[in-house]
Design a protein around this ligand. Sequence first.
Ligand code: BGC
Length: 708
Amino acid sequence: MAWGQAFGQPAHPPKVQGPWMDKTLSPDKRADMLIEQMTLDDKIQMVHGTGWGALRPGAPIPAGSNEGAGFIPGIERLGIPAINMADSAVGVRMAAGESRYATLLPSTLGAAASFDPEAAYLYGSVIGRELRDQGYNMSIGGGVDLIREPRNGRNFEYAGEDPILAGTMAGQLMKGLQSQQVMGDIKHYAFNDQETGRNILNVILDKRSMRETDLLAFQIAIKIAQPAGVMCSYNKVEGDWACENDYLLNQVLKKEWSFQGWVLSDWGGTHSTNKAALNGLDQEMPGDRFFGAPLKKAVDSREVPEARLNDMVHRILRSMFACGVIDNPPVRSVVDPFQGLEDARHIAEESIVLLKNEGNLLPLDAARVKSIALIGSHADVAVLSGGGSAQVDPPGGDPVTHLKGGSPWMHPVWFPSAPLKQIRALAPGATVQYNDGADLAAAAQLAKQSQVAIVFVNQYMSEGMDAATLSLPDNQDALVSAVAAANPRTIVVVESGGPVSMPWIANVKGVLEAWYPGIGGAQAMAAILFGEVNPSAKLPVTFAKSDADLPHPRVPGIELKPAGRPPAFDVDYTEGLKVGYKWFEAEHKEPLFPFGYGLSYTTFAYSALKADGNARTVTFDVKNNGKRDGTEVAQVYVSLPSAAGEPFKRLVAWKRVPLKAGESKTVTLQLDPLYVSIFNVEKDGFEVLPGDYQAFAGPLKAEFRISR
Ligand code: BGC
């Protein structure tokens, strides 16, 4: 039996007692001591690995491999453990094949809607805990590409359209994950903002826009989490592949941000040996085409200095020491599904956004409601999950497709979290009937004979594809319209990867955006529908009325057929700095629901906003005006002096403020100077411009003059 195949055993070889095992030494020192003992072959072995098992078809699975997405063999002689990497964006992937359990958390986009850094930290720690239990010592989750393209298939794995919110949430998530002594990763660096043509497209974007949008999100996340890894993306940026892009990797990530960990390529995203090595890539994944024998040859011939190879290996080893995977390797044990469910449910309760509640139809009164029609989206048995490498396997199989074991690629996978059961549990006096929504007339008929109709709609999204439109697929808009026409008390629950359009919005009384809500999703939805939980989440992404209002009315390149070899193409992000809500404000477009929006079952009032002259702090009062306890996500936006040329506000700070009915609190928020800065391309740095700034909190506005 290979190392790590049994419970209770470290998943990696035993420790060797070299001087580098002295824990009082710094991770850097320990890494250097190890490198002194390594041969050229040892070093080359560390800078590439295998994926999902064997290096080549037919080759044996290396001993010690967990058969996750990535594996780098250890060096037993030196006590260097293997690196077992798992995709784990929203929970640990590929568990079922090994008869293991993994908790499906709400999508990270949903978690971002909580605006709760503690929830993000908890999220990461759940994944870290379960990775350890499964014998992994590295996560390759941690997506933080900005939602520039609301139809991007991977938006559910990211953290929204605002760089400060996304960076904070992804950073806290990775910090929580690494708190479990598992190595983390932030990806896909950078500008992998759409899936269509991701392997061939070239992003065109000016430097200032790069630095103030997607790269700012990475900068913040990396600063918070100090992750072991950064995964470079598939696409090109300004003419160079991201995985051999000197500006992104050497100049910005390593030099300016002082990133200490290593850069690994997205799977198959390495394109060269010398250029990639010299421009900052530290590890080819998976395979050895560039960083196997060709790199050895390049080092032998000094085309790539050995010092650069040492730097690659140093970055890997120092991260292994810093994260504790050498001193405290994971020990296989059984995942605790109950703790996972509890944590997932808690995060889901903070993630679900109440978008509409006309006439306060919600929360439903369990004592008074006598009949409920539940319609569509397999709400009798399941909730939807997102696909691709963020796919988690449903425990016990998929209750809709009845498939068991490993999940299919790019096909909807449903999780056994049944809204019907949870709604029945909270409304024991009501008749709750389900209709699958396939026959509009039958669905409308059930709605008509019920006091309340709850329509569940969904949008399946996955890595490897984008939605062609914001519209719900499969005739679901017609379903909602038919039900709403039959019952004026219609509530819509949306399970989507990202924003969707809602042409029926005026005809329904309530809307909940539940994202992909995870294994605790049904409980969380029911708790909100019946008021056991007062919703507090806010949109981390703008919901447009229609595709026509977006910067790119069609996803660039979407007309290219995936079959054959489509030609490379440019994606010119002409919106530049105006990502998401900034686009809508600058272009004077009215969204369906703005960024930061979300209702509660109570109401909040803001007063007494003050800002200090240095734009360092803002203070204001928030009051719960209603009769229920609730939590307000108090958000502060700032607009910059006109010299900045930014005709929109920026989110710069926020805080979740729990308030009892009638209670008032004074909130003081610090403003990070970086968050009110602009990037000066000539000076190649961020700066705070002199001039007048305006701060907004909730419905209030204050002005202050900055002094320098
Ligand atoms: C994805 C990555 C993922 C990797 C390994 C790639 O296709 O873009 O996010 O980590 O595969 O599964």
